[in-house]
Write a protein that binds this ligand. Structure first.
Ligand SMILES: [Fe+2]
Length: 379
């Protein structure tokens, strides 16, 4: 190869690398949230193959449970090979790259000691590189790329260096996604703990928050809300009654009719809930949903008496679920209503107390998915 042609090829590869990096950045952190880990790995591999000028390779990710490397994305490999390939650290070229954290360049597969895969296959002769997908602290997996043609391949090859950059960017993106997921899980655990505190205080509503959460999630999904809004609605359903922490148990658990003053105390719980949640930055929208979950669609609710679509959709979802759960549960002052009577009540209050769109989805899900659970509650 002439120097001029090599230079042109290198520039072309650089262009491909930059496009690949921008692509990964676009799919960005967290990849799992935006497009899923598999789609992300497929995109990385597409860029890697473009740099190598071939269409064969794989992205392997380490499975912390089975403690081996599995193929998350593949090109030019048979399905059976993809599903059967599980490598322990140190096993083969990919296992060696994972274990040492160093790239393994296999210029001549037939004679390389680490290259044990694909015995007897014609593609076995293709030069190959296994690059660790690693940050400073953690190796996530390995990027395996075959090179077409019969050119020599060495660690100093420009394309190998570019592939290292791609692997490093991939690792950073996976690390960001991992941090994002663990933060989300931490938040959720915190929210669940708060919800358990509420349930413990009002024992008649046992697992009320858990049931409300599951139902809110399904309604939000059927309404095709974006995934982050679905999560907020889920949190709001878990936390909507957190303000009851400020209400005396003698009122919450009173078997008889509440006095006007006692009812006034109960009616403070949406505002108290809002005051508890609104200082937490990531719960901003959730706090709004909690504040308005006792509003009615016709404007005759509390605390502000707002109506229709002025009430956040998450609050309208929680309102319907909350009322339903109250109707079909035993309360200190009355026994649970029968399912048929609660359904009738929901239909009667459609458009007055509840958002008709939410009621429509609720009734559909109650009929198709939740009937057995409601029956399990004894109604
Ligand atoms: Fe409430």
């Amino acid at each position: 190869m002439t120097d001029k042609r090599r230079k042109n090829d290198n520039l072309e590869s650089l262009d491909t690398l930059l496009a690949g990096l921008m692509d990964i950045h676009e799919m960005g952190a967290p990849p799992a949230a935006k497009c899923g880990t598999q789609a992300f790995c497929e995109n990385v591999l597409k860029s890697a193959c473009a740099i190598a000028g071939s269409d064969r390779g794989s992205v392997m990710l380490f499975d912390d449970v089975s403690c081996d490397l599995k193929i998350a994305a593949a090109r030019g490999l048979s399905r059976s090979l993809v599903s059967l390939t599980h490598l322990k650290p140190g096993e083969g070229a990919a296992g060696a790259a994972f274990e040492t954290g160093e790239s393994v360049v296999v210029g001549d597969p037939e004679s390389h000691p680490s290259y044990t895969g694909y015995q007897g296959r014609p593609e076995q002769k293709e030069p190959f590189v296994a690059l660790p997908i690693r940050t400073r602290d953690k190796v996530f997996g390995v990027l395996n790329v075959h090179f077409g043609g019969d050119e020599e391949l060495s660690a100093s090859d420009y394309r190998v260096k570019m592939l290292s950059v791609l692997a490093a960017k991939t690792a950073i993106t996976l690390e960001n996604a991992r941090l994002h997921d663990s933060l989300q899980n931490f938040y959720l655990e915190m929210v669940e703990t708060l919800a358990r505190v509420i349930d413990a205080k009002d024992s008649y509503t046992h697992d009320h928050a858990g049931r409300a959460r599951r139902k809110a999630r399904r309604i939000a999904e059927v309404l095709q809300l974006p995934s982050d809004v679905v999560r907020q609605v889920e949190y709001a359903a878990l936390l909507h009654d957190i303000g009851k922490i400020g209400v005396r148990e003698s009122i919450l658990l009173k078997p008889g009719k509440l006095t006007e003053g006692e009812y006034g105390e109960i009616k403070k719980h949406p505002v108290t809930g809002y005051q508890i949640l609104s200082p937490v930055a990531f719960l901003g929208q959730v706090a709004q949903m909690v504040l308005y979950h006792q509003e009615r669609f016709d404007g005759r609710g509390y605390p502000e008496g707002i109506s229709g679509r002025a009430i956040p959709l998450g609050a309208r979802i929680v309102a319907a679920i909350d009322a339903w759960d109250a109707m079909v549960s035993d309360r200190p002052y009355r026994a649970a209503m029968k399912r048929s009577a609660a359904l009738e009540e929901l239909r009667n209050c459609c458009g007055t107390q509840f958002d008709p769109d939410v009621v429509k989805v609720f009734l559909h899900l109650e009929k198709t998915e939740w009937k057995a659970e409601t029956a399990g509650q004894g109604v």
